[in-house]
Write a protein that binds this ligand. Structure first.
Ligand code: SF4
Length: 291
């Protein structure tokens, strides 16, 4: 792993993501090295030639001068890295950032594939309406190991349960859903008593990782290639429409709320998880950009 320490002028930047006011990325690069990582475009922006997942720039910044400025604002960690990737254990840049923002009234939303976040449970609890989400797209640890270097699915669920029981809003982010591979219903059943929100997002293949995933499917699950060809080369939406309808029925049988492209992430803690489908998120992104 190539680790560089870098000095940055600002650590909190305004965001045009529909879910937050600011995004925060204490690192450039990500040791989790997910094969489908959309953030790998950061290589171009930051002048890295090494493979995604093999380098991390550790950011240092001057102490945040006026943390109160973020009172009531939605801060998202992280849009292009994982705030609790393994090097956080040593460098603690995420923890230091949270300590600088403690008491500011900022609303935190944290997304991770790690359980290192358990270290900061008390700190995160001190923020109003904090939310933590774990990305889980399979219960098959072998497939997970093929796709990412994050901690096991079992450890992610365990961390989710501990945060949930501690009264922190938690999300099971079922993403990306791999057609024919991700068993969404089985994941919902595992997550049901550990979170108050379940987000669904389909696998969106574009850029440099499209050939990587297609070649993985051809080599390991050739029987699924015709389906991937239909969706990702011919543009068919049928699989997602059928899955959407099937999940709506499943949710209704289980007595769970099911919504599409909803803003439930803004709502307070709910006893039963609400399922929110973001299959058509490319449409939301376009409309968010227009507005
Ligand atoms: S954890 Fe997130 S940022 Fe890190 S490699 Fe995976 S998808 Fe990319």
């Amino acid at each position: 792993m190539i680790i560089n320490k870098i000095k940055v002028k600002e650590i909190i930047t305004k965001s045009n993501l529909p879910v937050c006011d600011y995004s925060v990325n204490p690192y450039v690069g990500c040791q989790h090295a997910c094969k489908y990582c959309y953030a790998c475009f950061m290589k171009r922006f930051t002048g890295h030639n090494d493979d995604w997942g093999t380098f991390v720039d550790v950011k240092y910044w001057d102490k945040i001068k006026n943390p109160q400025k973020y009172n009531g604002k939605e801060l998202f960690l992280c849009s292009v890295t994982d705030p609790y990737q393994p090097c956080e254990e040593e460098y603690q840049r995420t923890k230091i950032l949270l300590e600088e923002l403690k008491g500011s009234g900022a609303k935190l939303s944290i997304s991770t594939k790690s359980d290192l976040i358990l270290r900061d449970l008390e700190l995160i609890k001190s923020f109003p309406n904090a939310r933590v989400s774990w990305s889980i797209n399979t219960l098959d640890e072998d497939f997970k190991n093929d796709m990412d270097k994050g901690v096991s699915i079992e450890r992610r669920f365990n961390a989710m349960k501990i945060f949930h029981d501690a009264g922190v809003r938690t999300t099971c982010f079922i993403s990306p859903i791999f057609p024919g591979i991700t068993d969404v219903k089985a994941i919902i059943e595992m997550a049901e008593d550990k979170c108050n929100l379940i987000w669904l997002e389909n696998l969106n293949l574009r850029g440099t990782f499209k050939p990587v995933i297609i070649s993985y499917i051809k080599q390991t699950r050739p029987e699924l290639y015709p389906l991937y060809d239909e969706i990702y080369n011919k543009g068919s939406n049928l699989y997602w429409q059928e899955l959407d309808a099937d999940l709506q029925k499943f949710a209704s049988e289980k007595g769970l709320e099911y919504k599409t492209n909803d803003d439930s992430f803004l709502k307070p803690f709910e006893a039963k998880p609400v399922i929110v489908n973001y299959f058509y998120h490319s449409k939301i992104k376009k409309s968010a950009k227009k507005s």
